[in-house]
Design a protein around this ligand. Structure first.
Ligand code: FRU
Length: 478
């Protein structure tokens, strides 16, 4: 039996400003780095079919984070394994010796996942001085597997305490830190027990970085996580309805490991929607900008976009700030690169408006409760409801959902995102909504309440209703 059945209907779902591969499967963003005015995005890619398979690193570049130029595949599987997630570092002073002072190398640090049936995971290197063609390091693996089942997704960052490179990687239910002066010889310096505070599960794709706040520098540790299936769905709220979530911790990095000084009462989720996983930040960029995979392992292999030639998409790039809210320190996000599009915004009427595009943005002033509702002639309805305490996104009637059981589960179809406020919940807040054919992204409450959700309408939404105490401006996305 075919494990990945063919969807029946061909509908144009390819987003306009969200990254997709030229064809076939993608998952995590990898090796994101800013270099010579260009954003480089590498990504988990199976170029031969629209489902997960032996992983390669695809590659694309962009100057505006909205439109991407595809480049040749950067890394192919080799005898040590296929190429799982990892990061790139612009080795400015050629500490690795892979380049020269005139041509500093771009060094990719990634997981080699063996294809001999044992699934052993080691960390390896590859380098490039034209930032397009990569050479694998002959000394791979540089961090051999220490006997750990899940041991992957290294993210390199500058260690300001020891003045060297450090990396954080996922090791079972923990993350581990390693340090190196040349990116080739690595020494373990510490670990962080992800489940000691927050949700417990198998860690993936960690990222650790400093961020400036009004009260000085803090560090953020992001960890994507596979939660034990048995623990899911007990309360059916955003904290336990899914098997894959991304959480973050706020604290400090002492040069060896990360400490969670915030110890939040509830796990801090990077996004409350179903479709934002494995998000990591750009290296060599002053600002903290992250991109996630805008899909969910529970159903991504079945999403009905592959008749259109692709399966999988990335979120838009989001710039992060760390803000002290009423509940404690929280990340707040804003979409990067939309200034030009936003400048052509015009107000929508209260009530019903005609919609002419399948990709558009909305700037919404939230002055109380209300809804934004999209409708099409197939009778499908996608609703975003704002209450005093929640942003509720209901995709249960919004389009195709019968392609997979999980996609249609109540906890996945309706997101109840708890709102967070920088100041008093009484005042007006800003919300931005991007709908790009099959992906809906919402940053509510000045970026403190993010919801990202895939949706597969059978026809274009032709009507948009603005209800209640919301004032919306519309802009076209192209
Ligand atoms: C996360 C992940 C990573 C792994 C990659 C494999 O989505 O499972 O841990 O490196 O995807 O494609």
């Amino acid at each position: 039996m075919n494990k990945f059945p063919e969807p029946k209907e061909k509908i144009d779902y390819r987003p306009v400003i969200h990254f997709t591969a030229p064809q076939n499967w993608i998952n995590d963003p990898n090796g994101m780095v800013y270099l010579d005015g260009k954003y480089h995005l590498f990504y988990q890619h199976y170029p031969k079919a629209p489902h997960w398979g032996p992983m390669h690193w695809g590659h694309a570049v962009s100057e505006d984070l909205l439109h991407w130029q595809h480049l040749p595949i950067a890394l192919y599987p080799d005898e040590l394994g296929c190429i799982f997630s990892g990061s790139c570092v612009y080795d400015k002073y050629n500490a690795s010796g892979f380049g020269s002072e005139e041509k500093p190398p771009l060094v990719a640090v990634f997981t080699l996942h063996s294809m001999d049936g044992r699934h052993t995971e080691h960390q390896g290197l590859a380098y490039s001085t034209d930032y397009e063609h990569f050479e694998k390091y002959y000394g791979n693996p540089v961090i051999p597997n220490p006997g750990q089942k899940d041991f992957r997704d290294p993210k390199v960052f500058w260690n300001p305490v020891k003045k060297c490179y450090s990396l954080v990687l996922a090791a079972g239910e923990n993350v581990e830190f390693y340090a190196s002066h040349d990116l080739k010889k690595w020494k373990k310096t510490g670990e962080f027990k992800a489940g000691s505070h927050g949700l417990r599960g198998t860690c993936e794709c960690p990222d650790c970085f400093p961020i400036q706040t009004e009260e000085g520098e803090k560090w953020v540790l992001i960890i994507s996580m596979i939660l034990p299936a048995g623990d899911i769905g007990i309360q059916n709220d955003v904290y336990d309805r899914m098997t894959h979530i991304t959480q973050y911790y706020v604290g400090e990095f002492d040069g060896d490991t990360f400490h969670d000084t915030e110890e939040a009462d509830k796990p801090l989720l990077l996004d409350f929607g179903t479709d934002n996983y494995a998000a990591v930040t750009f290296q060599n960029l002053e600002e903290k900008v992250l991109i996630g995979w805008a899909d969910n392992w529970d159903y991504a292999n079945f999403a009905p976009s592959d008749l259109d030639g692709f399966r999988g998409k990335m979120t838009l790039a989001r710039k992060m700030k760390l803000i002290r809210t009423l509940e404690g320190w929280r990340l707040a996000y804003s979409f990067e690169g939309l200034e030009r599009l936003r400048s052509a915004s015009y107000p929508l009427m209260q009530g019903e408006n005609r919609l002419r595009a399948r990709s558009f943005g909305l700037k919404v002033k939230v002055e109380g409760s209300g809804s934004v509702v999209l409708k099409n002639q197939a009778g499908e309805v996608l609703a975003v409801k704002v209450t005093g305490s929640e942003i509720i996104v209901d995709r249960s009637q919004a389009g195709q959902s019968d392609f997979n059981r999980e996609f249609a589960l109540p906890g996945y179809e309706r997101t109840h995102a708890p709102r967070s406020f920088a100041k008093s919940p009484e005042g007006a807040t800003e919300m931005e909504i991007i709908m790009d054919k099959c992906i809906l992204e919402i940053l509510a409450d000045d970026g403190l309440t993010p919801v990202t959700t895939s949706v597969y309408p059978r026809r274009s939404y032709e009507k948009i209703c603005i209800l209640g105490d919301l004032k919306a401006e519309y802009y076209a996305v192209e």
